[in-house]
Design a binder for this molecule. Structure first.
Ligand SMILES: Cc1cc2nc3c(=O)[nH]c(=O)nc-3n(C[C@H](O)[C@H](O)[C@H](O)COP(=O)(O)O)c2cc1C
Length: 253
């Protein structure tokens, strides 16, 4: 099956290197406003964006994300979970309070996430490329200070877009049997074979790719991922400092 949306998604690669070609304001506005049509929890649109143009701040974000390219070409945005706007709009103390609690905290992160993926797809459909930068939260507090983020906002992703300078190989994905279950979480008989097949595909991909070829297997990849999750130990604490999750303080009292 094929159509423009399917083809765009199937051609996805993260791009980290961009040419000097400028992304126009019009293009950026099209990407953002189209992505805003993504579903949004309770229709609260609980996200916003800061574009970073100051070279010094971009340099700092490059060092936080450990990606030199973040200071370089293309346009750089930080996607925020944002209940600040909704709290200002809310009519009652009860509604204001509800917007800060876990359910709406998650809603704002979910909104920001779906919005970001929609930006990825619009960007790619226009022939541009992008990288989602979760590593912006390697130092959440620094990002809050650099961008002067008010209460009830938190950085979720950095998002850099530009005209691609390179075309990386497409990274494989798990097979359907490994991720789609029927009626309950029950791994089909083909589950292990599917994982093994993916492991081989991944290994071949890493061996054959043009740059940074390596000898990688699935188990090593998941092991490596543990390193980055360990960096976010202070995220919940900072979320509370930003006014989210007041009920957790009460729970721990
Ligand atoms: C939530 C999220 C966070 C990510 N954070 C980073 C990041 O901090 N730095 C980076 O270079 N790539 C980041 N990526 C991109 C992934 O590394 C990339 O999507 C993955 O390796 C698969 O490659 P592909 O997108 O080219 O298929 C992130 C992707 C997602 C979805």
């Amino acid at each position: 099956m094929s159509n423009r949306v399917i083809d765009t998604l199937n051609a996805h690669r993260t791009r980290r290197n961009f040419t000097d070609q400028a992304v126009s304001d019009e293009t950026l506005a099209t990407i953002v406003t189209t992505a805003q049509q993504a579903p949004t929890s309770q229709y609260l649109q609980a996200y916003s964006l800061v574009e970073v143009t100051d070279p010094t701040v971009r340099q700092r974000l490059a060092s936080i994300t450990t990606k030199k390219t973040v200071a370089g070409k293309g346009r750089l945005l930080v996607v925020l979970a944002d209940q600040n706007r909704n709290v200002q709009l809310a009519a009652t103390p009860t509604a204001k309070r509800a917007l800060t609690e876990l359910d709406r905290f998650m809603g704002s992160v979910e909104d920001a996430t779906l919005f970001t993926e929609a930006m990825v797809m619009v960007t790619e459909s226009l022939g541009l490329g992008s990288v989602v930068l979760g590593s912006i939260n390697n130092d959440t507090q620094a990002v809050i200070e650099l961008l002067n983020l008010p209460a009830l906002t938190l950085p979720v992703f950095g998002f850099q877009i530009g005209y691609p300078a390179t075309t990386p190989e497409r990274k494989p994905r798990l097979g359907l049997d490994a991720i789609l279950f029927k009626d309950r979480y029950a791994q089909p008989a083909s589950y292990q074979a599917s994982l093994t097949a993916f492991d081989q595909q991944l290994h071949d991909y890493y061996q054959q790719r043009g740059s940074h070829a390596r000898d990688e297997h699935l188990s090593q990849m998941t092991q490596e991922a543990l390193g980055s999750s360990a960096k976010r130990h202070d995220f919940l604490k900072i979320a509370r400092q930003q006014g989210f999750l007041p009920e957790l303080t009460e729970l721990s009292d």
